[in-house]
Design a binder for this molecule. Structure first.
Ligand code: AFP
Length: 350
């Protein structure tokens, strides 16, 4: 399942090693899912979600593979959020092993999401400081999409908790300001300054062939600013978030096309596959934010912004929200910039 090293030419070698380990474990997961059951195992994760046997199996597999990747020094997952120390050195990888557990039984597409952070724990830092992000979507085909530094870009970042002292901070933060901000109470209101991921990172798409090899399918994957396709998540919030109800009404009246599966990875992948669209997940008091900032929102926002799209929590780009704890949840809207802009009132309403 190894990736041909030619696809990683120009990437800093330690990061290339992490990306290669990630591509390899995705190949293994793809094989597991082909015959996996969809039964619950009777336990819940730190977020209170019921776990499927396959959630636990895939989670363990990823931790195991990352532990033998020489450039991974830490890892945490949606199933086991506390960042644990691993033997390697260089990067911390956070991941959602199986996004879409509630739809896997219906044989819908599901995904895995990875955020790759330089040095130690991401806590106290913003998503823009990720070095790379990856998702895999397991549908009729297994596809991997990543945003990685453009060849020749030395995108390295300062770490809040130790790590490589050569790392430079592209979000304009220093460890002190990040740590101070992390003492706040609402992660969604702690927004740092911006830099442009699109100019420094490129998005590529790979297809897993039956012989276990990854084939580069598209490079410089891009998202345009306008669209007439929408994916309205957490729609139950529209019953008390009037701005969300009005937004959906406007999009219906404009004869938009609905593309919604209930899995954030395939829904976001639809945007990258078609080159435009929007996924939004506003909330209300009765239907609060459910998506995890560290494991789901930050990596997917990183890929979308690298492709030229945009993301928002309603207050700022998802990439500028400081991670207070691995358990933070966030509202999110991402995709074509004009539609993300149109969603602001709904995103701010709760
Ligand atoms: P599960 O992993 O529990 O199936 O949740 C999937 C998810 O977190 C995300 O992938 C979807 O976009 C979101 O839930 C769907 O939420 P709604 O069903 O509330 O729209």
């Amino acid at each position: 399942m190894a990736l041909d090293p030619k696809h990683l030419q120009g990437v800093e070698p330690e990061l290339a090693q992490v990306l290669s380990c990630v591509a390899s474990v995705v190949g293994e997961i793809s094989g597991i899912l082909r015959s996996a059951g969809s039964g619950y195992c009777g336990s819940t994760n730190a977020f209170g979600d019921q776990q499927l046997e396959v959630d636990v199996e895939v989670d363990h597999l990823i931790f195991e593979r990352l532990a033998s990747c020489s450039t991974v020094q830490g890892a945490g997952s949606e199933e086991q959020p506390e960042i644990r120390t691993l033997p390697g050195s260089g990067y911390t990888v956070v991941f959602d092993p199986l996004d879409g557990s509630s739809i896997i039984g219906a044989n819908f597409a599901v995904g895995t999401i990875f955020g790759i952070w330089p040095g130690g724990s991401p806590v106290g830092r913003a998503g823009r400081q990720q070095s790379a992000a990856v998702y895999a979507v397991y549908g009729p085909q297994t596809i991997l999409v990543w945003a990685k530094p453009r060849a020749g870009e030395s995108i390295v970042h300062m770490t809040a908790n130790g790590g490589n002292s050569n790392h430079k901070d592209s979000a304009g933060l220093n460890a002190e300001s990040a740590a101070t901000a992390s003492e706040g109470t609402l992660s969604s209101s702690i927004c740092s300054s911006s830099s442009n991921i699109h100019s420094t990172h490129e998005v590529q798409e790979f297809l897993l062939h039956p012989d276990g090899t990854w084939h580069l399918r598209r490079t410089n994957v891009a998202i345009g600013p306008v669209s007439r396709t929408f994916a309205p998540a957490n729609l139950r919030a529209a019953s008390s978030n009037a701005e969300y109800a009005a937004l959906v009404r406007r999009w219906i009246d404009a004869a938009f096309t609905l593309r919604y599966t209930g899995g954030m990875v395939p829904d976001v992948h639809h945007i990258l596959a078609k080159g435009s669209g929007v996924f939004c997940n506003p909330c209300s008091e009765a239907a609060p934010a459910k998506l995890r900032l560290l494991f789901e929102c930050a990596p997917l926002a990183f890929i979308v912004e690298a492709a030229g799209g945009s993301s928002t929590t309603g207050q700022c780009s998802v990439l500028d929200v400081l991670v207070r704890t691995p358990n933070d949840r966030s509202k999110i809207c991402l995709g074509s910039s004009q539609l993300v802009e149109e969603s602001l009132a709904a995103m701010q309403a709760a």
